[in-house]
Design a binder for this molecule. Structure first.
Ligand code: VGL
Ligand code: ZN
Length: 224
């Protein structure tokens, strides 16, 4: 992934004002899922390892879960003339339409079996308004309705958030930018995320934009 080593923070100590946000590690985003992210399953072991580090040093762990009703407007199937991957721009939906994914209560919406979810303090579900998508775990795409995430982090007195999971250029990216906007210090765990890269080039564009907005980058080896 194209983040040079010099951008990585070194020797960071985790404490109880740090939170690990594990974004959308659900079956539908795995390589055999409905909205597959290449190598999405290859980050599971690393995420479990970093969860143990957070537990050991009293950091907090939050899971997010994409949680759509079956007629969600981000699904190409909600339109007669659209297919997955088509461009679509409206307030709260787009810039592209998706295959049906993470439908509430389905196997595809469940966390991957190998993900350790037992250490998490909370699960934040998002994307349940049929008319509006929510890439960010903080606020829906129309920037009107907030999820429970900010309140949850504030009540835990969290200052720094560490983001990993899927997908790099959608839910992780928007969560990182909103983290900055809401006043958190944001670290992007580059090796513990994978992207969709739609439209092509979207991954490197997202990384570049995060750098410009003040998101910092780290790997599991930078944590002690
Ligand atoms: C996501 C597209 C649609 C994600 C969720 O988790 O990044 N991407 N829904
Ligand atoms: Zn979704």
């Amino acid at each position: 992934m194209s983040v040079e080593k010099r951008y990585y923070q070194k020797n960071m100590c985790i404490n109880n004002t740090n939170a690990l946000i594990i974004v959308d590690m659900q079956n539908d985003f795995m390589p055999d899922g409905a909205l597959p992210v290449e190598e999405g399953d290859q980050i599971i072991d690393g995420i479990n390892r970093i969860s143990e580090i957070f537990k050991k040093y009293n950091g907090k762990i939050i899971l997010t879960q994409d949680w759509h009703p079956k007629n969600h407007k981000s699904f190409a199937s909600s339109y007669i003339d659209k297919k997955p991957g088509d461009e679509y721009h409206s307030d709260g939906i787009g810039p592209i339409l998706w295959p049906d994914h993470c439908v509430q209560g389905t196997k595809g919406a469940q966390f991957h079996d190998k993900l350790n979810i037992d250490l998490a303090h909370a699960t934040i579900r998002k994307g349940f308004n049929p008319e509006v998508d929510s890439y960010s775990a903080f606020i829906e795409n129309d920037k009107k309705s907030e999820t429970r995430l900010k309140g949850c982090l504030n009540s835990l007195k969290i200052k720094k958030i560490f983001i990993c999971g899927l997908a790099l250029d959608y839910c992780c990216y928007y969560t990182a930018l909103d983290g900055i906007a809401f006043g958190f210090e944001v670290y992007f765990l580059v090796n513990l995320t994978r992207g969709i890269d739609l439209p092509p080039g979207n991954i490197s564009k997202s990384l570049q934009h995060m750098k410009e907005k003040g998101v910092k980058f780290a790997t599991i080896d930078n944590l002690i």
